[in-house]
Ligand binder design. Structure first.
Ligand code: GAL
Length: 415
């Protein structure tokens, strides 16, 4: 009699009882110092609200390994409860019914009113809200070592002509002008910023969003490819594959003067104790003023046999709330997805990123290298083609252009 009464009582408070009782497995690829700390910030916030974050981090910047592990866990019938699933990958998983719709949470928290339209569009699919957005990263970020620049009387470059001048002066002092890694995802990350600067937002969208094969034969694409090869060639040593964190370390130590990378690299520098006002600075990649090349991190709640829906909804509610957004993004290097966020307490790089993203006059364009515009296979094919072009000096930019035009496939179904 007592147990039936207790069960009835428990049933009456499902959310609370389940949230406290039930941990959630969270699969993601955040393993660098800042990534780890930002994830911890979320887990502390969840714990304070009765949810236990059980970590399933998969190392490897850019998430290639994590997406593979996620796929194998799903095939084994053991998907995690929560996963860092971003961009077009989300809709692929929603298509096969593996993502828990969060319509009730989104309505309760008025996401459509409070969040940026670009963010809402990304997490909405065929009438459902399919993920909880965490933060907006800016890919077209150029970081520079302030101490080196001050010592040499240099200013951060606004144009590629200025960049060449700065690069020559750095090289003359035995300092590598630009941090570099031959990891294909890092090459693609640098390329898309260079491409945006050369092509402009309209052509960039034709290339990356509409994915018109013919647009890839535009002479501006050839210029971007030539620029990319030049950026790799100014290393003063044989380029090699290295983690993005090692490249960021070179920047901080001053053996390298500049770095083009998503602003997670800024988060990392700050996690190492460096400050944007003193040790390093951030500007946009030349030619991309008033443009925001974005990658938005999201957490999807996966359907599985453990039926932790109430807890998963609570996770979505908590991580998308303003307090969690500010605490997480301050460390991660990205910016809140709320258009009503007060970002005045964030660093100057973050404020500039948020202001640009929020400004209706700016051009917001999706990252290809970080899954905002095309599926995994196209993203990887482009990165591989760029890697092959850079590591084979005999391949002409025009040949790389033809190959890119061949691997790029126009989007099939509408969203
Ligand atoms: C991106 C991800 C970021 C950042 C980066 C480096 O794909 O969206 O959050 O962690 O990879 O690993």
């Amino acid at each position: 009699m007592l147990l039936i009464g207790l069960a009835a009582w428990l049933g009456a408070q499902p959310a609370f009882a389940q949230a406290q009782a039930m941990p959630v497995d969270v699969l993601h690829w955040w393993t660098s110092t800042s990534e780890r700390r930002a994830a911890n910030q979320l887990s502390i916030y969840l714990a304070a609200n009765g949810v236990q974050w059980r970590d399933a981090a998969i190392p490897g910047g850019g998430g290639m390994a994590a997406v593979k592990v996620l796929k194998s866990r799903v095939l084994m019938g053991d998907p995690p409860d929560v996963a860092q699933l971003i961009g077009t990958t989300l809709t692929e998983w929603a298509d096969v019914g593996l993502v828990l719709p969060l319509n009730a949470v989104a309505a309760r928290q008025r996401w459509a009113q409070n969040m940026f339209p670009t963010v809402m569009e990304l997490v909405s699919y065929q009438g459902d809200v399919i993920a909880a957005p965490l933060g907006i990263h800016r890919i077209n970020t150029l970081l520079y070592n302030r101490r080196v620049f001050a010592r040499l009387g240099l200013l951060p470059p606004k144009t590629w002509a200025e960049f060449e001048l700065v690069a020559r002066k750095l090289l003359a002092q035995g300092i590598k002008p630009l941090a570099w890694s031959d990891e294909p995802w890092q090459i693609a990350t640098v390329f898309e910023s260079v491409l945006l600067g050369e092509a402009g937002p309209a052509l960039y969208r034709e290339l990356i969003v509409q994915r018109k094969s013919s647009a890839w034969l535009d002479p501006r694409v050839e210029r971007a490819l030539t620029r990319l090869r030049w950026l790799r060639s100014i290393q003063g040593e044989t380029p090699r594959e290295q983690n993005w964190t090692d490249a960021a370390r070179e920047l901080l130590q001053g053996s390298v003067g500049m770095m083009v990378m998503g602003d997670w690299a800024k988060g990392e520098l700050m996690a190492w104790g460096a400050s944007p006002g003193k040790d390093f600075g951030c500007v946009v990649v030349p030619g991309t003023d008033n443009m925001h090349l974005y990658s938005i991190d999201t957490l999807a709640m996966l359907v599985n046999v453990r039926h932790r829906e109430a807890t998963q909804e609570k996770v979505a509610e908590l991580v998308s709330s303003l307090p969690a957004q500010l605490a997480y993004n301050r460390i991660k290097g990205s910016v809140p997805v709320h258009r009503d966020a007060d970002v005045s307490s964030l660093d100057s790089c973050a404020r500039d990123s948020w202001d640009t993203f929020a400004d209706p006059r700016s051009a917001r364009v999706p990252s290809l290298a970080h899954r905002m515009a095309a599926d995994e296979s196209i993203k990887d094919a482009v990165a591989q083609t760029l890697w092959r072009y850079l590591t084979d000096a005999r391949m002409e930019p025009s040949e790389a252009q033809r190959r890119l035009a061949a691997v790029i496939r126009a989007p099939s179904a509408e969203r």
